[in-house]
Each structure stands twice: as C-alpha cells, then as structure tokens.
Design a protein around this ligand. Structure first.
Ligand code: SF4
Length: 419
C-alpha cells in the first residue's frame, strides 16, 4: 500500500528573550504516536531545534499553534499550501481563536486532539474530512509515546509528561482556565507510572523527568498519591507548581522522597497590589519563607516573573529583579502579553488593566538588564556559594552550574520569530 507522508510541526516558540533548554513537543508527539505507521510515514519537526525542508513532499502538514507564534505558523502553512498540501491546525490558539486560524488551513482541531485524531484520519482516508474536529472531552486517554520520532540528543531534558489539565484559579492574564475550565482533570496514576517506565534510562540526565502540568499539586489528594507512586521509580523530577507546595510539610516531604529536584513557580511580581489586581492568589509576604522551606528540602526554584503588568513601574521591576537574585536559582522574565480570551485582554481598555508598558519605553532594555544582571558570572557565583551552604548536594550544584553556563539569553524581536 502506498503510504502517505505526514509532517507534524511545532513552529518556533522562543519569544523575546529566553534561550532556556528546549523541551520536546509533547502534544505533537502524542498525535504522531497515535498515527498508524502502516499507513503513514511520519516526520516530526520542532523548529526550535531544526529547520523544515520545504523541498520534501508531504500529503498532510499538522501545525500546533500558540498565540505568540501564530504568524510563524501561518507562514509555514502558506509555504506548504502552494504545493496543495493539506493543512491541519491545532493547539491552544486554535482552540481559543478558531476564526483567526480558519483562513489558513483546511481543518482545525480544538481541545485535546488525541480524542478526535482517529476519527479525523478515518474521515481523511474516506474523503470526508470535516473542517472542524471539536474535542469536547477534557481528560486523558493512555497514549504510548513513540520517542523515536524525535532526536532526544537535541534536548537537555528528554523525558516529559503531563498528569493534569485545568486550574482551580483564574488569573486575569492566563489562558488555561478558558482552555480547560476550572475543574482539574488528572491522568490515572497507573498511566503515569507506565509512561515513566517507557522512558529510556540511558544517557546524560536520562533519570530526570519533566512534569509539564500547569500546577502539579493543584489536586492535593492526587499529588500525595502520585508522589507515593513515584518513590519506587527512582527518578529525579522537575515540575511546574504553585509556591503553595511549601505550605504543606506532608506534601513537601513526599515530593522530596519521590525525587523532586526543581520547581518552576509563577511568582509574577512581588508587588501584592498588582497580584491582587490580576487575581493571582499568591501572598508575596509568604514568598521568602516558602522558598526557604522548599530550598531546605534540596529543591531548587526557577521563578517566573512578568514584566509590564498593569500599573507595574520601573522600580517594581527592579525590586522583582533584586528578589529573584536573592531567592531563586534560575529565572524567566516574561513580557506582559494580552493573550486572547483572557480577562486582561477582554478588559484591556479599562483603566485598572492598562499596562504601564507604554510608560516604560525602555521595556526591552529593562528586560535585557534583568537577564544580564541575573545571569552575570558574579551573580551565578553568588548563587553557587548559597547552594554550597544549603543542603542541596553536589549533584545539584553540578546541574546548577551546567544549566547556568549553557543558558544564554538574547532579545529575539517578534519579527524574527515570525519571519
Ligand atoms: S497563572 Fe497558573 S494559577 Fe493562574 S490560572 Fe494560570 S495556571 Fe492557574
């Protein structure tokens, strides 16, 4: 049987500044793994690590889209469209802004694609492809990821999975509540254990696993059971989670036992008035105590900050930088963006939501300054001394130095991303 050629693409995702280590494109890998290899030759390209070869023929090109790389995605689609290739689009921007994406593709997939992928491919085979496949389900089905579809050599951290979708909070700048609602859905723990067992355990940092949930501990009882189940697997892991993990000794102890080594935390800003304004349910007065408690368990913190929040001044940003230098191990400074369907975007003309970005005309240079100061050799050495005095252990100090030294930052203008 003549096999069809199918290409899965993640367009460049790196925006503005960060050149943190790349992570595998999990959503695309899931769909590619569900595609029948007897009927399709499958290619997966992550533009953050490799270029698309437009001279190759593909019958179908599937592109996953975030709001910030949509122009790049549209450009890729238009390049393939010239060759009559069928274009399918999915991802968060597609789910939230169908009208925006519609003119650029033949078919769109909204929501969790894995629930409709089989039907879509059957319809394509039978010449009955619909314009929209709307996945109404929000949860998990078990997918055995075919990791051979990507070159793991391109990624520092190679093993990645997700255990939950949705968030109980409703921060004004975040698309997650609109995407998945406020009810959190968790993956059955037996799926998680099997998925981790499927990871290859050879090579550098191969015992490390990344949990890319929006908040790994959002469902307290699930988190306790998950950590219990992870203990025998003997992994080390990094997770995105709320700083509130530091409030609960039982949770923290179990997480440590299970192998938690680093968390990625949305600090956003240390200015409480701004946190309240955008309904981020953090108490900045607790930040330091919680971070110390977490660090004392040998768990490092990557802090995520937003620059350009409503009413945030130049001085607020510099205070945040100072806080980051004194309390975090790695950092991400994200430019404020009014993402579609967020409360911030819907009400952006209201006085309360007006960003001071316009009044901080030097925002790019301010961000550049934040990164340069934070990742200067001087600051890296200060952080290393801090880690030596803590109970972090020599392996983690090595990991810290390795990531600090390979991590470079440069401002990438949006035009370059979308070129
Ligand atoms: S920013 Fe984090 S806590 Fe807030 S709604 Fe989004 S995922 Fe939830």
């Amino acid at each position: 049987m003549h096999k069809k050629e199918i290409l899965f693409v993640r367009p460049k995702t790196k925006i503005c500044i960060s050149k943190l280590p790349n992570l595998p494109p999990l959503g695309l890998l899931m769909l590619a793994s569900l595609t029948n290899k007897k009927e399709y030759n499958i290619t997966l390209i992550d533009e953050d690590t490799e270029n698309i070869d437009y001279s190759k023929h593909y019958d179908i090109v599937c592109i996953t889209i975030l709001t910030h790389n949509k122009q790049r995605a549209f450009k890729i689609a238009s390049n393939f469209k010239k060759k009559q290739t069928l274009i399918i689009m999915g991802g968060s921007h597609v789910t939230l802004c169908q009208d925006d994406v519609n003119p650029h593709c033949d078919c769109i997939v909204t929501g969790c694609g894995e629930f409709v992928w089989d039907d879509l491919l059957k319809d394509y085979k039978n010449g009955r492809l619909k314009k929209i496949y709307n996945s109404k389900k929000n949860g998990f089905t078990e997918v055995k990821i075919d990791w051979s579809l990507i070159s793991k050599k391109r990624y520092l951290f190679k093993n990645m999975l997700i255990t939950s979708r949705g968030c109980k909070n409703k921060c004004d700048f975040c698309q997650i509540p609109e995407m998945f609602g406020n009810e959190v859905k968790n993956k059955p723990i037996e799926y998680v254990v099997r998925e981790i067992s499927n990871f290859k355990k050879d090579g550098f940092l191969s015992k490390w696993v990344i949990f890319c949930d929006d908040n790994l501990v959002t469902n307290y009882d699930y988190a306790l059971k998950l950590f219990e189940a992870l203990i025998p697997l003997n992994i080390k892991f990094i997770a995105q989670c709320s700083i509130d993990i530091g409030k609960d000794n039982k949770l923290l102890d179990l997480a440590q036992k299970a192998g938690l080594k680093m968390i990625y935390v949305g600090i956003e800003t240390t200015n409480q008035k701004i946190l309240d304004k955008v309904h981020k349910p953090n108490k900045s007065s607790n930040y330091k105590t919680l971070i110390d408690k977490i660090n004392n368990r040998g768990i490092l913190i990557t802090g995520s900050f937003i620059i350009g929040l409503p009413k945030q001044s130049n001085n607020d940003i510099l205070s945040d930088l100072q806080f980051a230098k004194e309390n975090t191990t790695f950092v991400l400074f994200n430019p404020m963006r009014y993402l579609p369907k967020t409360k911030l975007e819907i009400n952006k003309s209201e006085e309360v939501y007006v960003s001071q970005t316009d009044e901080i005309p030097n925002l790019p240079s301010l961000m550049d300054r934040c990164y340069k100061e934070y990742y200067s050799l001087n600051e890296i050495m200060k952080r290393m001394l801090r880690l030596f005095k803590s109970k972090i252990g020599i392996t983690m100090i090595f990991v810290f130095m390795y990531i600090s030294l390979i991590t470079h930052y440069s401002i990438i203008p949006m035009e370059d991303i979308n070129a």
